[in-house]
Design a protein around this ligand. Sequence first.
Ligand code: CFM
Ligand code: HCA
Length: 524
Amino acid sequence: ATDLVEDLVKPYPVKVKRKRAKHITVNDPDEIPPIEANVRSTPGIITTRGCCYAGCKGVVLGPITDVIHIVHGPIGCSYYAWMTRRNQADVPESEQDFLKYCFSTDMTTNEIVFGGEKKLAQAVREAYEIFHPKAIDIFSTCPVGLIGDDVHAVAREARKELKIPVFAFSCEGYKGVSQSAGHHIANNGLFKNVVGTEELPAEAKTNPFRVNMLGEYNIGGDAFEIERLLNACGIQLVATFSGNAQLAELAHSQDANLNLIQCHRSINYMATMMETKYGIPWLKVNFIGAEATAKTLRKIARYFGDDELTARVEIVIAEELAKVEPVRQAVRARVEGRPVMLFVGGSRSHHYQSLFRDMGMPVVTAGYEFAHRDDYEGYQVASTIKVDADSRNIEELTVEADPEHYRARKSPEELERLKASVDIADYKGMMPEMAKGAMVVDDISHHELEQLIETYHPALVCSGIKDKYVVEKMGIPCKQLHNYDYGGPYAGFRGAVNFYQEIDRMVNSPVWGFIPTPWEKQSA
Ligand code: CFM
Ligand code: HCA
């Protein structure tokens, strides 16, 4: 297997070879090997990473429906980010919905040379006059940082003038090494300016089983399915960060009694800060996969420790699985044993392994674009990671228990006791759940991806738009796990059924047989 690593990096120059080899490892779930992650990509290598602005505006804050998101930058940064992430929302008619709009200052040479603050202030004013939104946020793109526009001063002035919250985010694209920096900046801003600024109304506080869903962005309607299941179980969803979200929900989210984390990579910051300030414990969950969803619902029930809730959760699981099972088994019979490769952002390469496990499809190699070592190896390594110059750039908030609003949800003894049955404040990461000998590749390059395809001859590659057609030209179907190829939902039980059927259709389509793969051509 180490020969495989050698092979993958063989064509690179010596220095690049040494660097890339640290990002590639052969998995051993019993003795997790360390992997290099969250460092700068090697210049000259084609990778699929995005930028800080993508993580801040595109991922974490963009899905909030009733806030106007103004991008301060050249029009391209907005145009190419417009609705591409396909987060859905179901906005009540009485509320404003800006999701389908695209707001930009359209920065041009004039502002690059003479400064763009005036144009930004004017854009904020204009947006307010036309729409009268509850709040406005401003996002800096690369040139803003380079010329030094003070977006925070513009936001301060606008706040005084318009008397609504206006927040600015210094998420210039080049900050950090990927979109990961943008997640952190977005979380900091939400935590400082939004969370805890309102209270949950008393009539909404009667159900003790109140949760927030963190790191769920409602791509393809996943959050709708999760909410349906929580409702069916009698669990109250206070806020989702930030799929199908409105500002007020995030503002009173400190009144929940448990934070559930779906995408750990993009939002672990929020969970730990809310735990320290408000006393809300967090639980890593996974709603991707039927087995995983059942396990997740049981974990939540164990946390609350209520007999009635536990019974209701079991009824929901039994009813739902009864509908899932026939489809799962029929599909499994047609796809079992067919190998899969998974290369997606910072969490799905892990979560989707559960769906493939449901179908009996082995994941032979997987990796993230921009996740950190803890997402690979587990939460226990998080505190040991050396902070390098690129990450030190990003503000780390100092958080303390709020003297008025801190409320311990469980006593320390209860929490300790619970830890035996529920992994509170822990995350196992991708590698402990992967097979021994599977290849793990961080921030994969196109060369490495193509070579792995030739090595493994997978039945399916899961990835994104930057390599979908490269893969399909090699005669292998490629399922986009970012935008779901406009399908979905894939979360929860109904989502699992959608996914099984979709994968069945893809890998068993006769069309792939009409295109000889490069290795078939070679042997012909
Ligand atoms: Fe989390 Fe996401 Fe992902 Fe992500 Fe993304 Fe995304 Fe992704 Mo694209 S927050 S890490 S920064 S699950 S946009 S909804 S699909 S790369 S695996
Ligand atoms: C981003 C967003 C993205 C890109 C998807 C892709 C998404 O990184 O800015 O590369 O196919 O999910 O839309 O991750």
